[in-house]
Write a protein that binds this ligand. Structure first.
Ligand code: DOR
Ligand code: ZN
Length: 335
């Protein structure tokens, strides 16, 4: 039986929610990952030191073992430097959402006025706090990410010492941006390495493939695969696994988010094996993130085995991507 071993996998973009959902969902990631960058789009958003600390405690209490580190983020607002100095040791990044662009982002940035943001972004540069960005405009849905590229350029040029992470990129336009500015990085999800818009609405409408940003065209998928499979050093895995209760997905007015936490490593292994790039998966799923963020994760060794695995229909009321379908790799052991 063919196997593949990964050390200290990291998921650098993860939604865990709160309450019962957190208790049910966090153990799934903690089982196979050494750590994850935790998104702050709770209601209300995580935007104070007290909120960061207590959310981190709730995550740690929800996880059954000690071998998982939640890397915390703060919800972007125009903070002053004194506040940022008080939180810098407790957070790994700050996450910026344009207002209203996705789930629970109503308190995000209304307009990208660089002068209004300058104090905060300069303080973040000085304190070496990376800025993670949900890069979409409010334009036509297929163009939102490409339209956002000019804002990334503005940020990258004005704040050359700020590490800017283009989150969950879905377009060739974003891939092309990576090598243009030394301070731009990106995360890529596993579903965006598998889906195009055809898989969302090309046949029957597939609510469990619907997310923001929406999956794009075949040439965009190819561009994402090209940098992920080569483990481009400025690209990291970030699942954007976003659990919603089944009734919120399978409903009129489907919530955005693809839930991949329990199957992301298996799917990544399958993709990298198909393209004969398994040797690059370690960098994509851990080493690049360690270098970019300067983090040192808890030791964990995951062995996957190449055998059919039927994806469960749901995990505590949350339907995963590919529910009921057979995928090619399974988790064999975790040490
Ligand atoms: O599809 C998405 N779901 N995209 C996001 O940016 C947020 C996420 C969520 O929180 O559900
Ligand atoms: Zn997200």
């Amino acid at each position: 039986m063919k196997t593949h071993t990964l050390l200290m996998p990291l998921d650098m973009h993860l939604h865990l929610r709160d309450g019962v959902m957190l208790e049910n969902i966090a153990p799934l990631t903690a089982f196979t990952y050494s750590g994850a960058l935790i998104m702050p789009n709770l209601v209300p958003p995580v935007d104070t030191l007290a909120a960061v600390r207590s959310y981190k405690e709730r995550i740690i209490s929800a996880v059954p073992n000690d071998y998982f580190e939640p890397f915390m983020t703060l919800f972007y607002k125009n903070y002053d430097k004194a506040f940022l100095e008080s939180v810098v040791d407790e957070i790994t990044a700050i996450k910026l959402y344009p207002a209203g662009i996705t789930t629970n982002s109503e308190g995000g940035v209304e307009s990208f006025n660089i002068e209004e943001m300058r104090t905060t972004l300069e303080a973040m540069s000085d304190l070496e706090i990376p800025l993670c960005v949900h890069g979409e405009t409010d334009g036509f849905v297929m163009d939102r990410e490409a339209e956002f590229m000019s804002i990334y350029e503005l940020l990258a040029q004005n704040f050359p010492n700020l590490k800017i992470v283009m989150e969950h990129i879905t377009t060739k336009a974003a891939v092309d941006m990576l090598d243009k500015y030394p301070n731009l990085y990106a995360t890529i999800t596993v579903h965006h390495l598998l889906l195009t818009l055809d898989d969302v609405i090309g046949g029957m409408m597939m609510p469990h493939h619907f997310c923001k940003p929406i999956a794009k065209r075949p040439e965009d998928l190819d561009a994402l695969l090209s940098v992920a499979l080569e483990a481009h050093p400025k690209v990291m895995f970030g699942s954007d696994s976003a659990p919603h209760p089944q009734h919120k997905k399978e409903s009129c007015g489907c919530a955005a988010g693809v839930f991949t936490a329990p199957i992301s490593l298996q799917l990544l292994t399958e993709i990298f094996e198909q393209f004969d790039k398994l040797d690059n998966l370690q960098a994509f799923v851990s080493d690049n993130a360690q270098n970019i963020y300067g983090i040192c994760p808890e030791f964990k060794e995951i062995t996957l085995e190449k055998r059919p695995f039927v994806v469960p229909q749901n995990y505590s009321g949350v339907v995963p991507m590919y529910a009921g379908e057979t995928i090619g790799w399974a988790i064999e052991s975790v040490d």
